[in-house]
Design a protein. Structure first.
Length: 64
């Protein structure tokens, strides 16, 4: 069974074993920053906004 040579999805260079599927730490970190910065998205219906403003500031707050 032969392994297919894979390339980095960011820059197209050959992937290395340590950072697979990326070519190195720089491309791996760049991809992570895209996810954290909402540069990538998964299609779907918008989620309900559960963080709406209210007077309830937590469990320890006193009711008004």
């Amino acid at each position: 069974m032969s392994r297919k040579a894979s390339t980095c999805p960011i820059c197209g260079q050959p992937a290395t074993g340590e950072a697979r599927p990326f070519c190195g730490k720089a491309c791996r970190d760049r991809d992570l920053l895209q996810w954290l910065g909402e540069g990538y998205s998964v299609p779907g219906a918008p989620a309900a906004d559960e963080m709406s403003k209210s007077d309830d500031y937590g469990v320890d707050s006193t009711p008004t």
